[in-house]
Design a protein around this ligand. Structure first.
Ligand SMILES: [Zn+2]
Length: 185
């Protein structure tokens, strides 16, 4: 099969549940159905449909004993929910239940300095060149965080993390960007 096998989230759940249910490559579909249903609420018929799709592509095969097996030589890909890039199934990272590539994962964990005069200066120049004022040029998330802080007259990173469902580091990075735009102190 030369067609690229790109899995969506639901299809990936099945492979992940299969991995958790068994150490080796063999599995019984009954165990996977139980696990996927318990964890994600996916129906039995959907599991059969997806397993059938993976069989069609050769990633899953039936062995002589009647057990299904994974054929690791048939590669699959997943789409990064951060940047939309297709990445090999062996290289993705799970971040808060989302499938992301390593670059997006690292970006989310990279530390952006809050007090950074050089960043403030370059941001100022960039915004001036683009005629940006106030919240112009910010992402929707940054606008929402900024709006929330304005409304409350201030907020801790912990509170913002919880409210916007971000990791503390992601929150700190977003706050640092708002600081570089001279919107926060
Ligand atoms: Zn990505």
């Amino acid at each position: 099969m030369s067609m690229t096998l790109v899995l969506d989230e639901e299809e990936l759940w099945i492979l992940e549940c299969r991995k958790e249910a068994h150490i080796d490559e063999r599995f019984h579909i009954r165990d996977v159905i139980k696990k996927v249903k318990a964890e994600y609420g996916t129906s039995r018929s959907t599991v059969y449909e997806i397993v059938g799709y993976l069989e069609f592509h050769g990633h899953i095969k039936m062995n002589k004993a009647g057990n299904r097996e994974i054929d690791e030589s048939v590669a699959y890909f997943v789409t990064c929910l951060g940047c939309g890039k297709e990445i090999p199934g062996s290289e993705y990272v799970k971040e808060n239940g989302k499938t992301v590539c390593e670059d997006c994962y690292l970006e989310g964990h990279q530390k952006i300095k809050f007090a950074d005069p050089v960043a403030v200066r370059s941001k100022k120049l960039f915004r001036k060149q683009h005629g940006f004022e106030g919240t112009d040029g910010l992402t929707e998330l940054q606008k929402e965080i900024y709006g929330f802080i304005l409304e409350k007259g201030g907020a801790t990173p912990e509170k913002i993390s919880k409210l916007f469902k971000l990791t503390l580091q992601e929150t700190r990075n977003q706050l640092a960007i708002l600081r570089h735009c001279e919107l926060l102190k």
